[in-house]
Design a binder for this molecule. Structure first.
Ligand code: AMP
Ligand code: MG
Length: 327
């Protein structure tokens, strides 16, 4: 049985308050939310997604001031970044308060927080009256949802309510930046670009997403190293030049219109005008459409390695690695 789909924020907030799971639209992708302080509800999020418990969740806040409900410190660098980018697709890693359950942070001493730039999402969190832990509303490792319909298809029978917030405007997950140490470290490229962050805090280092510690404090494998992530079911290969395919049952994912598409059975162009923002907003839906075509393979041409192109290339690389066809 599929869950109720609604635009009634009061009703969805009441479900969250009572320990339920609510999927909701944000500007990045759809999230699967639970009350951060309700360990049983948070456990259901991991269960519904099939997400390993060593992969920590992002805590969503209604207002920047709510940061002190989950974080033990708010250093000046973090303050500068929130003033510039919140509400928005930037997640900050900060030291956590003991009251935040270990399940949320996978045993780490830090917590990931952000304020979404989406009116309905912020209303929902505000009415729920508690911070909301929310990973993307899809089974672990699969393509992220950017419309309510995507959530229904992937998790409709495993959640209590779906708040339809329209299509996600940014269409890519948030940027994850660790500001808990001496220097900011970029853990995941996303909706706020590295260039934008560096214009505020100077050069940032690139790091890999750490994952949680087990009960002995031993670090676990990072999600990005797992066999499937952000991945369609169809094999995906990255090719710098989209040469004519040997097998005609091949789809092509292009950033902009290109003349090298002969011989492909389906072509998805992400932005007619070559705009990375538009490409990001269309990305996951286009990957899904190609995935539904029963193709032998999807070929993707890499994006320019600037701005949102870095985040798009990151998602492509992980999807390609998942299917063992990274070229
Ligand atoms: P998702 O919610 O699926 O978009 O992914 C959340 C991302 O944030 C994952 O890459 C996590 O590993 C990362 N993350 C969440 N909490 C922390 C934390 N405390 N330290 C470092 N990374 C984190
Ligand atoms: Mg996800």
């Amino acid at each position: 049985m599929t869950c109720p789909i609604t635009t009634d924020v009061d009703r969805a907030a009441a479900i969250l308050r009572n320990g339920g799971l609510v999927a909701f639209g944000t500007e990045t992708v759809y999230g699967l939310g639970a009350n951060v302080f309700d360990v049983r509800a948070v456990a259901r999020v991991f269960e519904a997604k099939g997400r390993p418990t060593f992969d920590p969740l992002i805590v969503h806040l209604a207002e920047p001031a709510d940061i002190m409900r989950v974080a033990a410190a708010f250093p000046p660098t973090a303050r500068q970044l929130t003033e510039r980018f919140w509400p928005g697709p930037l997640t900050l890693i900060l030291p956590k308060l003991d009251t935040v359950p270990d399940l949320v942070t996978a045993g780490l001493h830090t917590v990931a927080v952000r304020v979404p730039n989406h009116r309905m999402a912020r209303q929902l969190i505000s009415l729920a009256g508690v911070p909301i832990a929310a990973p993307s509303a899809n089974p672990f490792g699969e393509v992220s949802p950017t419309t309510a319909d995507h959530v229904v298809q992937q998790l409709g029978d495993r959640i209590d309510c779906l708040l339809d917030g329209g299509p996600s405007r940014v269409g890519l997950e948030s940027t994850v930046l660790d500001v808990s140490g001496e220097h900011p470290v970029l853990l995941r490229p996303g909706g706020v670009t590295q260039e934008e962050i560096e214009s505020v805090v100077g050069r940032v280092e690139r790091g890999t997403t750490p994952s949680g510690a087990d009960e002995h404090g031993t670090p676990q494998r990072a999600p990005g190293l797992l066999s499937r992530h952000y991945a369609p079911r169809t094999r995906l290969a990255i090719q710098v030049e989209a040469a004519r395919p040997s097998n005609p049952h091949t789809g092509l994912l292009l950033f902009r219109p290109d003349d090298r598409w002969e011989g492909y059975s389906v072509v998805e162009v992400l932005s007619e005008g070559g705009d990375l923002r538009e490409a990001a907003a269309n990305f996951y839906a286009a990957v899904r459409r190609l995935d539904a075509c029963r193709l032998e393979q999807i070929v993707a041409v890499p994006f320019p390695e600037v701005g949102l192109g870095r985040a798009l290339n990151d998602r492509l690389r992980r999807a390609a690695t998942a299917s063992g066809t990274r070229l």
